[in-house]
Design a protein around this ligand. Sequence first.
Ligand SMILES: [Zn+2]
Ligand SMILES: [Zn+2]
Length: 422
Amino acid sequence: MILMATAISMTLDQRIDEAAKSLEPKVIECRRDIHQHPELGNREFRTSKLVADRLKQLGIEIRTPIAHTGVVGILRGAKPGRVVGLRADMDALPVTEQVDLPFKSTVRAKYNGQEVGVMHACGHDAHVAILLGVAEVLSSIRNDLPGTIVFLFQPAEEGAPPGEEGGAALMVKEGALDNPKVDAVFGLHVTSRYPVGEIAYRPGAELAAVDSFNIKVHGKQTHGAYPWLGVDPIVVASQIVLALQTIPSRQLDVSLAPAVVTVGAIHGGVRNNIIPDDVEMIGTIRSLDEKMRSDIHQRIKRTAEEIAASGGAKADVTIEQGYPVTYNDPALTEKMAPTFRKLTNDVIVVNATLGAEDFSFYQQKVPGLFFWLGTRPKNQTAEEAASNHSPLFYVDEGGLGLGIRAMAHVAVDYLRSAAPSP
Ligand SMILES: [Zn+2]
Ligand SMILES: [Zn+2]
């Protein structure tokens, strides 16, 4: 009887925290299970089934498959209100795990025609486990939930296999944010940059847009001793490589936002005394502002084409668009910041990074907030800790509890803030 009275007198916040705390061991166990059974992008069959089964057990309506192996869960609260989307990505990476854990991955798979090890080297195992925990927490307060939660379990964040569509873009295309129409979307990422217990975020541009380019320089093959008889694409390509560096350093207003242009590979020629016909180079472009992004594309094209023309060569430039800027809606971010601060004293506003996230595709449709969850062991420095994507990447599970609370509180506080006052 006393227990019941306590339960009744607890606030919604306290009930969320209690539920999150009691579910922590289950979330850790789930994370270990997924860690031991990692699956590459668009091949998350086991993970997807595990997610769908858990959601069904909780009485959550599901929609699957979506975007190949995705699962959307819809939890309708007993009270009317808005719709909030919570996202977890499910895919692992072609990395062979080197961390010595009892639940270490020994899985191997085919990737790009090669046999590779498969590992949750970006921590998406933790994201799935956390969000399943959040689904259980929020189901337990369903009667007091003023609105609807849409759980977005998404495949292939790290990119779909060549020739396939996938990830957040395909989730959006297949209507993950429609029916019910999502009003705001939240996501988190575990990282070894920040220690356990810390939440980090940035209003506005937080992660970069990523695009790739390919430049083919066509010259005219000739003897290495008589360059005037041909057109040397190697010298032209060298000029282009250097000139591309002047785009971020000399042409863009870097006081607005940083940008990077990197040539990652360059191929041409077979022999010391032959000037070849062609040189091909590929690279990556990172930017934090959508206007700057398209400006860089035009400048790369112009730089390569006109330098090539000046040497009598021809450059064919193709730019493939990757992920947009991960842009945290400033008003939404400001609204949710007090929620983070009520959960922990260790909330920091951080610099943008030039990594990328396909969470950005949801943010193109609806206001969204993506934040970092620290999972670095407290006895390690950021420099000592292996980064995401490393075969030594390690998630300190002591950080997962805060992840469950953060996602649950953010969802509920957003719904409460938008609910009509009683
Ligand atoms: Zn990653
Ligand atoms: Zn990731």
